[in-house]
Design a protein around this ligand. Structure first.
Ligand SMILES: NC(=O)c1ccc[n+]([C@@H]2O[C@H](COP(=O)([O-])OP(=O)(O)OC[C@H]3O[C@@H](n4cnc5c(N)ncnc54)[C@H](OP(=O)(O)O)[C@@H]3O)[C@@H](O)[C@H]2O)c1
Length: 323
């Protein structure tokens, strides 16, 4: 089993530097793949109610814990407050639903998934007759954060953080927090290096977690479904990355992930393929040289892949973070 590096969060809790991403993995696929991931040694699992698979993830976790194959305290489970419940009044309901679906009594890390909010119905986001999501323009991060702090006090959450927040939004949380965020989860990869946010988080003792660290190739379908064509770059085909991989006898994915973790940033790659999910975790038995790190740094192109454009009109929300 892979020997995975642990990052210490600002509250002293340890988080495995590589986690397992679960977005766009339907039930049958994730049930099989999560078993493989746990066998490979993943203990940090990144979940979210909007990925629509928390129940089956909970089923697998319960089977592993009940069978004594893993101890609850050895797992680090992240989940998130959904976009359609992004207000203080909805925190309790959504947190308790995730706890129930994941078959857990506490969440290791609870994140505000996105800084913007959608109006809610009993079945999820409220929609216009044409299917567009109705925005909730009243999103108040500090009010949500105070609720998060309450549930840390109540023992239902160990650590709290945010995702997709920009520097101004994160600073506002820091200015008003009793409990500091331990992590900022953002898109980060070799073509989108996020140097300013990484430096800001380091200065504030917040661990950055990189989502879509391999470039989220499958996201092209999501854009297509909402009528948008986006040319998604293939990070696994970058000549400089391939050349380092060949020299070290590793795969391009392993080089992309090693470069992230060596920057002190955690990464949560998603794969439902046995071989690929294993290689993504096996990055702790080799190193990159200072020259390799410089080469990778020079590849930045500031290309954001997860723009949230698949939510029609999302830029109109006052807290849309990427203006
Ligand atoms: N907070 C947020 O708003 C947010 C947004 C996006 C993602 N996330 C989280 O971050 C996780 C990862 O991001 P992501 O799913 O967008 O993209 P990603 O991990 O960058 O890329 C996943 C894609 O890469 C392929 N892949 C994985 N390992 C590979 C390897 N070793 N070699 C070649 N191809 C490989 C996967 O295919 P196979 O499955 O076929 O291997 C899949 O198509 C998500 O699952 C989710 O948990 C969070």
């Amino acid at each position: 089993m892979a020997n995975v590096e642990l990052f210490t969060l600002n509250n002293g809790i340890k988080m495995p530097a590589i986690g397992y991403g679960t977005w766009r993995a339907p039930d049958e696929e994730i049930e099989r793949a999560l078993n493989l991931a746990l066998e490979a040694g993943y203990r940090h699992i990144d979940c979210a109610p909007v990925y629509l698979n928390e129940k089956v993830i909970g089923k697998v976790l319960k089977e592993w814990i009940d069978a004594g194959k893993v101890k609850r305290e050895d797992l680090f489970i992240t989940t998130k407050l959904p976009h359609h419940g992004n207000n203080a009044e909805s925190v309790e309901k959504n947190l308790k639903k995730s706890l129930s679906d994941l078959s857990l009594t506490y969440i290791d890390l609870y994140l505000i998934h996105v800084p913007f909010g959608f109006s809610e119905t009993a079945d999820g986001p409220m929609r216009e007759p044409n299917g567009d999501i109705v925005l909730d323009l009243s999103t108040d991060h500090v009010a949500i954060w105070k609720k998060f702090e309450e549930f840390v006090g109540a023992g239902l959450i160990k650590s709290i953080g945010v995702s997709n927040f920009n520097k101004r939004q994160l600073q506002r949380i820091l200015d008003n927090a009793t409990i500091k965020p331990v992590s900022l989860q953002i898109e980060l990869h070799v073509y989108f290096q996020q140097n300013e946010l990484v430096d800001f988080c380091k200065a504030n003792n917040i661990v950055v977690t990189a989502y879509s660290p391999l470039g989220s190739k499958g996201i092209a379908n999501l854009y297509k479904q909402s009528g948008k064509e986006l040319d998604i770059p293939d990070l696994l085909d970058i000549p400089e990355v391939k050349s380092i991989a060949t020299r070290l006898g590793k795969t391009p994915a392993q080089i992309l992930l090693k470069w992230i973790v060596k920057r002190g940033v955690a990464a949560i790659p998603k794969s439902t393929n046995a071989n690929r999910l294993q290689q993504n975790l096996s990055i702790f038995d080799f190193d990159l040289t200072a020259g390799d790190m410089e080469t990778m740094k020079g590849l930045n192109r500031d290309i954001r892949i997860v723009t949230f454009d698949f939510f029609q009109g999302i830029q109109k929300h006052p807290e849309f973070p990427f203006k």
